[in-house]
Each structure stands twice: as C-alpha cells, then as structure tokens.
Design a protein around this ligand. Structure first.
Ligand SMILES: [Zn+2]
Length: 393
C-alpha cells in the first residue's frame, strides 16, 4: 500500500460525498459502520477506509452482516483543516438537530445534516446489533488507543481489541458523534490511530477496521486478507497501559493563547504541579499526578490536554457485576440522591448530604457527570447499558 498521502492536493472526497462503500452479506446480521476523518485534518482514517473498500469486492459474499464505510467532514478534508466553521465532532447536540434550516448554514451544519440522513437510513434497516467505529488521529505522537463511552456493551467490544482503552473521555466533551450513537443504543468505539502525518497511522486504522469486522461478528478471520498481520500489528502497538480513566480536561478557548510545552506524548507521566504549558496568564501546571493524554500541538481545538489514571481490571469487573445485579436502580434510595421526574436515568446528588459518594461511585454504576449546579451534582446513566435496542430476536 503506497498511496498514503495522497498529496494534500488530493481532496479524497468531493464536498457532500460520504458513502465510500456499502457491503451487505446477510442483511439480517449485525451492522458495522466505520467513519473516518470527522476531523478534516485527519485524512488517515479515510485513506484506510478506502484501502478496505478496494479489497471488499471479493470478500463481500462472506459478510455475515452489513458494512458501511463513511467519510466524515468532506468539506474540511478538501483543505485538510480540522473544521471550517465549527468542530463537527462537537455538533451532535439537540440544538444543532433542531436548528431551523438556514439560508446560509455553516459548513458543518451541512455535513451534519447529510450524515444524519445517511445514518438514519442505515439504522432503520438494522435487525441486529449495530457497531460504530470512529477513526481519529492526534497532533502529538505516541501510543495509539481506543476511546470508550462507558456502557457494558461498549466495554465488552473494546476489550476484544488488544489496545489501550481510555474510559470517560465522553464525559468531558459535549456533542461528539459517538455520544449521539451511545444515546441511540449502538455499540461505539473511537480509535486514535497515531499522529496525523504518519503512514503508520493509516496502517493502524486499516488493521483496526479488519479486527472490528471480526470482533463484530461480520467476518470470519479466514476471509480477512492478511488477518495474522493485522492482529499482530494491533498487539504490537499496544504498549500503553490496558485501561485508563480520564480525570481532567484542560479546556481552552481561542483567546487563551494556550501553548503546550514541547515534548509531551500520550501516556507520559506527569506530576501534580508540573509545568506543562503556558497561556496569557502565565504557566499552566498539571492539576494532578497521572498520565498525559492528547496534548494539543495544533492551532485549532478546545482541548488543551487531558490527564488520566490507570484503572485496575478489578474495578471494571466489580462494576460489571454491580450493574448486572441492578444496583444502579437503587442508588436514588441513598440520602441526598433524588431521581428527576420524567427522566429516571438522571439523578441529582446533593453533595452536602452525599459527601460519602464521590463521582467514582457513580462511575462504577454507569453514571457520568453532566454538570454541577451549585452544590448539586447532576449525573446521568445511559439507557442502553446492557441491552441492545437494535436486536429484534
Ligand atoms: Zn479527531
């Protein structure tokens, strides 16, 4: 495969072109949707998708389900910019969906409208589990990793891949595409395949797509070209910790003048108080000891860096047991915790009364932080933690 990069003059797709391939073996089987380049400065995802699409014709007959290969931000890709008017991976919000048709819509509003229409037409015909793989790359170099919205179904899928799994990033961000699909009940997996410009990143993405076809039950590994090489590759890149939980996000805006200090890579250890960057107010320090995640070395973006911490597999095991027993349905009996009328998955925690139940307890039970409201913490659980709404049998 020698057509990486596909120079910057190659737009890869036309504006508004999203469906790179649709391959159906058994229409009643599971569905895998692979999306690449939701950020236009991350062409590697789409290039890998095209490589897979080229190889599918001889393989399609072996598919035990449906595969859709989708290009993300088609217009931003043309200029190789992260976005044109707004970040497409923060635009999957109720506000954007309900926005009235405008005479002069933002570029990303057009993208969103096109993508939603395509996804709806795919989802409405699904009669078995739906899996969504979203391919990204990072401005810093470092170990590739998967990002997982914390439902038991997402975790089960993610743990089939031998890569580092990052939990809780979605809690820090609003309006991501995968969070939209989590709410609809799909099994989702994000993958940061490496740095933007590295040919390795395309190879990592390609291996991830083939592995996803196998792990979603769509393709027997004997029908995957070079299956051994792809599985071996994922094992080799997995040099980071097995499971990491995101604990802190350094949010920035364009006026902050934030600049990351050079030299940080994903999963580098940082110590509380360590200087990691600078902004208009002076030095920026790490607020806690942990692992550096996604340090920003590009101009556009609202996430300066994240800090995570290793999670022992024991806690995942414990939380799976608790959730399967249904402990999360009894939490609102605790003092200081009340259910929201009309939305049983949403809890209001009075932290003055509920001092004893830190956020970690709610994490264990599948709740994620929504926001602080004075001394009240609002948490919400995903409806489709353990049961798929797409399965018809
Ligand atoms: Zn991205």
């Amino acid at each position: 495969m020698d057509n990486f990069g596909a120079s910057k003059d190659d737009p890869l797709v036309e504006p508004g072109e999203h469906v790179i391939g649709a391959f159906v073996g058994d229409p009643a089987g599971p569905t895998l949707i692979v999306v690449g380049s939701v950020h236009g400065n991350e062409p590697a995802g789409l290039i890998a998708i095209k490589w897979v699409a080229e190889q599918m014709p001889g393989i399609e007959k072996h598919l035990k389900g449906r595969l859709f290969l989708i290009a993300g931000n088609s217009r931003a890709l043309g200029d190789r910019v992260r976005f044109i008017d707004q970040d497409l991976n923060r635009a999957w919000t109720a506000d954007e969906f309900s926005a009235r048709p405008r005479s002069d819509p933002s570029s990303e509003h057009l993208e969103l409208t096109e993508l939603v229409q395509i996804f709806d037409s795919i989802l409405i015909k699904s009669s078995d589990e739906v899996f969504i793989l979203d391919l990204h790359s990072t401005s810093a170099s470092g170990v590739p990793f998967a990002t997982v919205g914390d439902t038991l179904r997402n975790r089960d899928f993610a743990m089939r891949f031998p890569v580092t799994v990052l939990l809780g990033i979605e809690e820090q961000l609003d309006g991501t595409m995968l969070e939209h699909f989590n709410e609809l009940g799909a099994v989702t997996l994000g993958f940061e395949g490496g740095s933007h410009g590295s040919p390795d990143t395309v190879n990592n993405h390609e291996s991830m797509i083939w592995a996803a076809l196998a792990h979603a039950g769509l393709l027997d590994p004997v029908h995957i070209p070079d299956a051994d090489r792809h599985f071996a590759r994922l094992g080799e890149i997995a040099t980071g910790p097995r499971i990491v939980e995101v604990r802190y996000r350094h949010a920035i805006s364009a006026t902050d003048g934030f600049e990351m200090d050079p030299g940080y890579n994903n999963f580098d250890e940082v110590t509380k108080g360590e200087r990691v960057g600078v902004d208009k107010n002076g030095a920026v320090h790490a607020p806690e000891t942990g692992l550096m995640l996604m340090p920003l070395y590009q101009r556009l973006g609202t996430d300066g860096f994240f800090i995570g911490r290793k999670v022992a597999p024991f806690w995942l095991w414990l939380s799976a047991i608790l959730r399967k027993i249904g402990v999360q349905r009894m939490v609102h009996w605790l003092p200081g915790v009340t259910q929201t009328p009309g939305d049983p998955e949403r809890l209001i925690v009075n932290t003055r009364v509920a001092r004893l139940f830190p956020l970690q307890i709610f994490h264990l039970l599948g709740y994620r932080r929504r926001r602080w409201d004075g001394d009240k913490l609002i948490v919400r659980r995903r409806r489709h933690d353990t049961v798929s709404p797409f399965r018809r049998n």
